[in-house]
Write a protein that binds this ligand. Sequence first.
Ligand code: NAD
Ligand code: G6P
Ligand code: MN
Ligand code: MN
Length: 433
Amino acid sequence: GLKIATIGGGSSYTPELIEGFIKRYDELPVSEIWLVDIEEGQEKLNIVGNLAKRMIAKAGLPIDIHLTLDRAAALKDADFVTTQFRVGLLDARAKDERIPLKYGVLGQETNGPGGLFKGLRTIPVILDICKDMEELCPDAWLINFTNPAGMVTEAVLRYANIDKVVGLCNVPIGMEMAVAELLEVDHSRIRIDFAGLNHMVYGLDVYLDGVSVKDQVIKMVTALDDNSFVKNIHGFGWEPEFLKAINVIPCPYHNYYYKSREMFEKVKQEAEAEGTRAEVVQKLEKELFELYKDPNLDIKPPQLEKRGGAYYSDAAVRLISSIYNDKRDIQPVNTRNNGAIASIPDESAVEISCVITKDGPKPIAVGDLPVPVRGLVQQIKSFERVAAEAAVTGDRNLAVLALTINPLVASDTLAKQIVDDMLEAHKKYLPQF
Ligand code: NAD
Ligand code: G6P
Ligand code: MN
Ligand code: MN
């Protein structure tokens, strides 16, 4: 059977992932799942790991769950390595979300300064994991869920010696689910042609049973007074003029770019009223782990749906299954562009609909992106590249440059102030600076 190693196994999302492996066991014969964490996460690992064991026992499947702090033991001969870790845990995210607000800049997990600093903390760790993989499981696929997933995939493609990497996000599958709900049809009948970057992805066309329904969907989306369907973003409605003219389906994270002022005000007010999203999630996490401790619980509790990562297991396990079974179905993932989007370098990571084969995702070429979205996608790709280089080199100038070219900051002076403040706040997790 297959050996899976999951790094950041103490995540509250682990029951979601386990549920995915249980549901697809008939097509994906997993025999071992190794949940790896670090000392800081050991307590969480034990609680969620024991729930995972109860879930497997209830399903009556011959899958061994191992809980360990020994990453090498987990990676040894693994077939698939999935990553869902958070360097500095939610305390670090709370800083990412709070500090920028002081400067009148959006504080968010994966966008703007928060996204930069999450990348600076994460990239050295992922590159270290890649080094271990070269030695311990050179044939394994790395399925990276760790954010910022686009920047992290970019860094692996450019700075690691492994090619078998796929970055994964639940937003595209969530968009398909949301469209299915709007049209009141089963999601299996919906297909969206996705292209762009992680958290910067567009639906270029939408099909119901293979026939384009984009015009109808754009009309329906225009009528929504909250255009965001992920639990972590509370959006507004799109202006009909804007949506009709742009003529593609934006993702929830586009609220931060096309409603920058409104979203900044909203995020700031929410931070004052109930805490930043990280602080809200910290409370939720406490509740979840209390539930997970219950020795009678042997399923994924519905309360997990309050987190933003809905459909994570579906996205991850269907991807692994399609690689393993050479299914050649279409799934949106983060992969090497290879010319699929004309104005992005071949070797850069893009989030795009791909045919999933035993040799990995093959991106479906879209040519050039439509003119109205091309520029922003390029700008964010430049941000991700400069940020990844800053993470690898520990060059503060590059960190300042990355933030300056980020449209959510757009000031060298502000960028410098925010970088210095955040380098200090996160110094424990930024040894390269
Ligand atoms: P979390 O704060 O619970 O962290 C998960 C675990 O990672 C913790 O138990 C922690 O101890 C562990 N960890 C930290 N550093 C580690 C290291 N160096 N090695 C191994 N383990 C380490 O995080 P969470 O809220 O469960 O989210 C996990 C990750 O998944 C985050 O990076 C988050 O952004 C990401 N995520 C991605 C998507 C997506 O769409 N790609 C969706 C949801 C969450
Ligand atoms: C979405 C995004 C993830 C993000 C998550 C946050 O699902 O795709 O990349 O990490 O939401 O959810 P949370 O519950 O942690 O705020
Ligand atoms: Mn995501
Ligand atoms: Mn279905």
